[in-house]
Design a protein around this ligand. Structure first.
Ligand code: 13P
Ligand code: ZN
Length: 270
């Protein structure tokens, strides 16, 4: 058995959480990541028959039965993952019954998966139904994205349009736009179901006055989506109170999308 501390997926989780912390997206225990792993890879590091604990999910994840994830723990600080991955991360398998998680490694102090696991697993299910290669669900609290929530109308069309206008490459990076949910109680199956519903259409979903979700085939894709939104939101917040002298017009956004050959939400222009 190889040493899991050398597993590329653990290294990725350590580096990504550290990056996100440094960017100010994950204060205290804010934020969570879940990463769908290949069974073949996991079983070179861990004995799949050695289940340390079985933890109830509280919702049905039958569609993911037998799938392996590495996930951040509830109440755990992103700032601490890099130095103590075994305490702050867990590797688990969704049990055959789809009702439980079987812990194979991690959460060494008796902890468990993030309180947002319903939103994560439901989002994985929704994304896999439209993109069988999706592997990563990422949630965080980026400062400018959050700030924008308080001063800008919170609907998909207006949020997406404004973000597209803030940096030339936005429409190329997220031509599918940004889904938006109103403020809702977090950590519940209800917000999980609402998020998953949006995920059928979007790779980015804003949780009103809370934060954002990004998904992707790789950690880079999910991270890059959130990073691009956050950059655009920062430009918006730096300029929202100033007279607008120049603007990227809708016909220019259209030219951009066409030049890069992306399928964009035409209904979000105009
Ligand atoms: P967890 O500590 O349970 O992951 O919760 C953090 C968070 O961001 C809640 O939305
Ligand atoms: Zn949160």
């Amino acid at each position: 058995m190889k040493d899991i501390m050398n597993a590329p997926f653990i290294t990725e989780m350590r580096k990504t959480t550290a990056n996100m912390y440094r960017l100010g997206w994950d204060e205290r225990n804010g934020g969570n990541i879940s990463y769908l792993l290949e069974e073949k890879e996991v079983l070179t590091y861990l004995d799949g028959t050695n289940v340390l604990r079985t933890i109830p999910l509280g919702f049905d994840a039958t569609m993911l039965a037998g799938k392996y994830f590495v996930v951040t723990g509830t109440g755990k600080y992103f700032k601490n993952v890099e130095d103590a991955p075994e305490m702050n991360l867990g590797v688990l398998r969704i049990a055959k019954d789809g009702q439980n998680a079987e812990l194979l490694w991690g959460f060494a102090d008796g902890g468990k998966f993030t309180s947002e696991f319903p939103a994560h697993l439901m989002s994985h299910m929704a994304r896999l139904s439209v993109d069988p290669e999706n592997r990563v669900v990422m949630h965080c609290h980026p400062t400018h994205t959050l700030a924008m929530n308080y001063v800008h109308p919170l609907n998909e069309k207006e949020v997406t349009h404004t973000l597209w206008q803030m940096c030339t490459e936005c429409i190329v990076v997220f031509p599918d736009g940004v889904g938006v949910l109103p403020w809702m109680l977090c950590g519940t199956n209800e917000i999980g179901e609402a998020t998953a519903e949006k995920m059928k259409e979007f790779r980015l979903v804003i949780w009103g006055m809370h934060g954002i979700y990004g998904v992707g085939k790789t950690m880079d894709e999910a991270f890059g989506l959130i990073e691009t939104v956050e950059k655009a939101a920062q430009v918006y917040m730096l300029t929202a109170h100033l007279p607008r002298v120049n603007i990227i017009r809708d016909d220019e956004l259209q030219v951009l999308a066409e030049a890069f050959g992306v399928k964009y939400r035409k209904d979000f222009l105009g």
